[in-house]
Design a protein around this ligand. Structure first.
Ligand code: AMP
Ligand code: ZN
Length: 476
């Protein structure tokens, strides 16, 4: 399987640290507001990656943090704590809004068929872990105290910038741009591990630490939570592309300084969902959430389908027109499966099954090319094989795609059957249907006199029979 690794900027053969096992870490949401559908694009594509790894037989352990403290409005160390901002906006406590938006996040994930990771850890439950790692970084000379805060000293590293092709000087300007200078920092790129001297005295959540009462920086959360549950060697780290710098760059710096060797082998970054007016955001334009899409009549899985139709390393433009196209295509796909379900099933042809499965794997092995994976699914529908084979293949691919295609089709078939049986619960309708069947039997037996008699009898009761190519219909 080839996977693009942002750290090496190449597509690499995926080889986990331990044969057959994959450790996977995902930066979780900052729970100060609903997730927008841009955030959820990242989680959908990461979910497909996880499911595909399981599909091809890996034993995957996936861990996600919940950022409920320490993420400032600038991803660098300035600005207000996002959680505090959210709490003020809603006149609630930080923990109240953390609980509310964590629940809302997982409800959205459920609607989008995003599996809950094996471990979900809110940062506020791991404070001891952060203190342990920060203490060790100080001991090893990678961190220093200044003005009451603990900073990571980036000058101690051979290489700090990982994800960019730019020269270090360019990035340093980037670090400085639009960000207030923090005169405590020894180097421009240094970042806070622990705050005790917050500019925001009303910071709600604070903990005792060897350096005074304070709270952790955002970056240390992910390193510690990952290492706590997945150990010193991580196979895949996921996140949206905006997290590559400074968040993931800082995670690598502190994790490798702590463990003393390479930490994570593959960096899987999902590119952004944009609107026509630019990057999606929670504060400008229409705040696009799953509930908003539902209120406009869209099935959340149509949004998942929309995401799967493009590659995760390309930015994707959201518009209602594009979503409508996905909705139409999804509906047609389900309708074709409905037809398959109603057909005589036949046997599953294992040779065709294996051949089609190989085509699907080829698409996903090629750096998670989900749009080619969807094409492989359309090819199944066109294939010259039994309906049973097609249904089996679609169900199989859906273990990765998560579109509930056969489930949606079965629901339609069941609803149609229920509607039919509800009608025939009426004794008069049942009588008409029985008479129509008796007339069809009479015609088959060439007993046309009886057939005409039945037609006349029904007519006397106000029922007109109409013979069509699809069978006999009636009008009352
Ligand atoms: P946050 O809740 O801000 O911590 O972000 C949660 C996840 O969404 C992170 O992995 C971000 O990198 C990712 N993300 C943020 N904005 C977008 C976007 N417009 N498109 C795709 N992913 C995004
Ligand atoms: Zn993170």
């Amino acid at each position: 399987m080839l996977l693009y690794n942002s750290a090496t900027r190449t597509r690499q053969e995926f080889v986990p640290n331990v044969e057959g096992k994959v450790s996977m870490y995902t930066c979780g949401p900052t729970v100060y507001h609903y997730a927008h559908i841009g955030n959820l694009r990242s989680y959908i594509m990461e979910d497909v990656l996880e499911k595909y790894l399981r599909y091809v037989g890996y034993d995957v352990t996936r861990v996600m943090n919940i950022t409920d403290v320490g993420h400032l409005t600038s991803d660098a160390d300035t600005g207000e704590d996002k959680m505090l901002k959210g709490a003020k906006r809603e006149k609630k406590t930080v923990l109240e809004i953390a609980k509310f938006y964590t629940d809302a996040f997982f409800e959205d994930c459920k609607k989008l068929n995003i599996k809950t990771p094996d471990v979900v850890a809110p940062a506020t439950t791991c404070i001891d872990e952060f203190i342990k790692v920060i203490s060790s970084l100080i001991e090893k000379g990678y961190a220093y105290e200044a003005g009451g805060n603990i900073y990571f000293d980036t000058s101690k590293l051979k290489q700090y910038y990982i994800f960019n092709d730019f020269k270090e000087e360019d990035l340093e300007v980037g670090v400085r741009e639009g960000v207030e200078e923090d005169s405590n920092k020894r180097n421009k790129a240094d970042f806070v591990l622990w705050f005790t001297k917050s500019k925001f005295d009303d910071q709600e959540l604070k903990w005792e630490s060897p350096w005074g009462v304070g709270y952790p920086g955002w970056h240390i959360e992910c390193s510690c939570i990952s290492m706590k549950h997945l150990g010193e060697y991580l196979d895949i780290h996921c996140g949206g592309i905006d997290n590559a710098f400074p968040h993931h760059t800082n995670e690598i710096a502190q994790s490798e300084a702590y463990v003393g060797h390479k930490w994570c082998n593959y960096w899987f970054h999902v590119h952004h969902l944009n609107t026509n007016s630019g990057k999606m955001s929670k504060s400008s334009g229409e705040f696009l959430t799953v509930s908003l899409l539902e209120s406009k009549g869209y099935d959340p899985l149509v949004y998942r389908f929309f995401c799967l139709q493009s590659h995760y390393r390309k930015s994707l433009v959201f518009s209602y027109e594009n979503l409508d196209n996905a909705a139409t295509a999804y509906k047609k796909l389900v309708a074709r499966i409905v037809t398959l379900l109603k057909d005589t099933q036949g046997e599953v042809d294992s040779a065709v099954f294996d051949e089609r499965r190989a085509a699907f794997c080829e698409a996903l092995d090629n750096d998670m090319n989900t749009s080619l994976g969807v094409t492989a699914l359309y090819d199944v529908l066109k294939a010259n094989t039994t309906p049973a084979t097609k249904i089996a293949l679609i169900e199989d691919f859906d273990r990765v795609l998560g579109l509930d295609l056969v489930k949606a089709a079965k629901k339609i078939v069941e609803e149609e059957a229920a509607a039919k049986s509800a009608v025939s619960d009426d004794p008069f309708i049942r009588e008409i249907e029985e008479k129509i069947q008796a007339r069809a039997d009479a015609k088959k037996a060439k007993n046309y006199a009886l057939a005409d008699e039945i037609r006349a009898e029904l007519l006397s009761k106000g029922v007109t029979l109409i013979d069509t190519a699809q069978g006999t219909k009636y009008q009352i």
